[in-house]
Design a protein around this ligand. Structure first.
Ligand SMILES: [Zn+2]
Ligand SMILES: [Zn+2]
Length: 219
């Protein structure tokens, strides 16, 4: 972890009140959802600059799951075309930096990835015949149905970003491909210290055996 990342991590006030900017002048808070009906046929660009996003609650994994996200997301209303009802086309690119602990040695480590994604967003529930799926599969656009109920017609940008981070985050991070990990015997970090197992040989259950063998040799 370098110093610049540390200082941003410590800025906890930012976490609860960070905002995103629409390039056409409308400023919204990230927590605010975007109404499907408010998206126009003119593209609107949402930009995020190194904002903290907790993509999985800490309670679930026992570690800090904050990623630092720089994103550009464009949204545009598309009129009814063919068999498709009106939709919102969402095109996004993400640059994600994260910190983690090495799965081998436990040292702090960091990583980054970029990802591009596209959604075609519809109101209502997913139709049973999944007509949209067929038409969208060619250009790798994911269909998203906002469903009914309380959140009907609400596009939750933060949830989409979290989903993309979750899908692209490596299951296990390592500090380096040459990481030696920790000795299973003495637990020492083999990248920075030598194994102490031999020094502690006398405490090992094999020590008695070794002594016997030595005696045999001497005889
Ligand atoms: Zn390591
Ligand atoms: Zn050891």
């Amino acid at each position: 972890m370098d110093d610049s990342q540390k200082s941003t991590t410590d800025d906890s006030s930012k976490r609860s009140s960070y905002s995103a900017e629409w390039q056409n002048g409308i400023v919204i808070a990230m927590e605010q959802k975007i109404l499907f009906d408010a998206v126009t046929t003119r593209p609107q660009i949402l930009s995020l600059h190194n904002e903290p996003v907790v993509f999985v609650p800490t309670e679930l994994t026992g570690k800090d799951n904050t990623a630092w996200v720089t994103a550009e997301i464009s949204m545009q209303k598309e009129k009814k075309s063919g068999s498709l009802p009106p939709s919102v086309q969402l095109i996004g690119s993400l640059e994600v930096c994260y910190t983690d602990v090495c799965a081998r040695c436990g040292a702090d480590t960091s990583g980054e990835f970029t990802e591009h994604f596209r959604y075609r967003i519809f109101t209502g529930k997913e139709p049973e015949d999944a007509f949209a799926e067929k038409e969208c599969s060619e250009d790798e656009v994911e269909s998203l149905y906002l469903g009914g109920g309380e959140n009907a017609g609400v596009i939750d940008i933060e949830e989409l970003i979290k989903e993309q981070i979750y899908l692209n985050m490596p299951m296990q991070n390592i500090c380096s491909s040459s990481c030696q990990g920790r000795c299973p015997g003495c637990g020492v970090n083999l990248n920075i210290a030598e194994c102490r197992c031999e020094k502690d040989y006398s405490h090992s259950p094999f020590a008695a055996l070794a002594k016997l063998k030595q005696k045999e040799k001497q005889q």
